[in-house]
Design a protein around this ligand. Sequence first.
Ligand code: ATP
Ligand code: MG
Length: 426
Amino acid sequence: MNNIQSIRGMHDILPEQSPLWRWLEKRVSNAFAAYDFQEIRIPMLEKAEVFTRAIGQATDVVEKEMYTFEDRNGELLSLRPEGTAGVVRSAIQHGLLSVPGLKVWYQGPMFRHERPQKGRQRQFHQFGAEVFGIEAAAADAELIALGERIWRAIGLSDRVRLEINSLGDREDRQRYRRQLVDFLQPHRDALDEDSQRRLETNPLRIFDSKNERTRQIMANAPRLADALSEPARAHFEEVCGLLDDLGIAYEINPGLVRGLDYYCRTVFEWITEDLGAQGTVCAGGRYNDLVEIQGGKPTPGIGFAMGVERLLALLESAGVEAAQAPHVFIVSRVAPQTMLSVAERLRDEVPELRVAVSLAGGSMKSQFKRADRSGARWSVILGESEIEAGQVAIKDLRAERGEQEMVHLDELAGHLQSALAGTERG
Ligand code: ATP
Ligand code: MG
């Protein structure tokens, strides 16, 4: 029978890749903790309405990217294409918004039926952060500072740059939308096909077009920045001022509009030049209307989401490596119960030690080969007569001329513990 393959655009994270994932997850979760965020874990499957209401009908995500299906009860469900809508649903449902200042982060897979290509999958992963109930510009600035700290923590500060913009409030966008449509109508036939359609459904999104001719036309379009109401303009100025005070570099990009309908006021993206066309590694913004749209009391919010695969691609191109080899590889031809009990004792006495046992057996030569290939630092050799005398041999597999050292079984754990401490210091 032929073997079954995974779904196109949905990838396995293989054992050799997972150490880098864990390395990244640890650093990112530490950064969230440093800003007093708590983790929230929500289902991957929600009622489709959670997303259609929040994200907006006339967006790429809802129009063509969602995995939506009827379950056995005829209920319309969607695999989550992003995290914010579900977090808002959960926060309302559990009354988490009654006190202003809820800060939560999440991580996990998201699903979008897009054309798979470099930096674009159908199952991909995000880290995301959301802050609720704080209207003040300081919340925008602190969230952006958190993003900056994450780049520093993973050594990518030099590889990304920050772009920000303000989308104003709902009425600003409605007013601006009319101006933009008036400006674009005479150019209608010169726009690419998608943009012609968006002219009716979601004209701001035309700024996202990659079509050269369309981009040239948009370069002369009226600016959303000029259509902002006074409070929205003041808010944006304050955000910029706070970023200046914090020493965070940014560029104002008036064409930055973001693909989801729920954004307002501050929007931002961190972009890299090192990944080709799929260069946005983190994107976010304010969503002051979203909680109300989802059925809660009006509550401001702001958040961002990072694309984990794109971060990993950047880390790999920067040569960051993380591997997880065993510390100790036990080789022996003695009875299995002896090998297992020595290994268990080591695990009891040195919980942080990673202990592999040569369970596959075979000649000593082939066992040593496996020990080498495992990347282990030490092998522990249990000889028939030595073990009877309570002795085992330790061999440093990294040493030039790996001499064996005999130690008493009772001292093995202590010996390895100090050797381990030595490698971690060194
Ligand atoms: P893009 O313009 O690349 O389609 P987007 O605006 O749809 O991005 P968001 O919804 O803002 O993306 O998601 C936040 C981040 O998640 C993106 O900046 C990106 O890093 C990542 N991301 C989005 N879609 C995918 C995907 N299909 N595959 C891998 N990563 C993705
Ligand atoms: Mg997209």
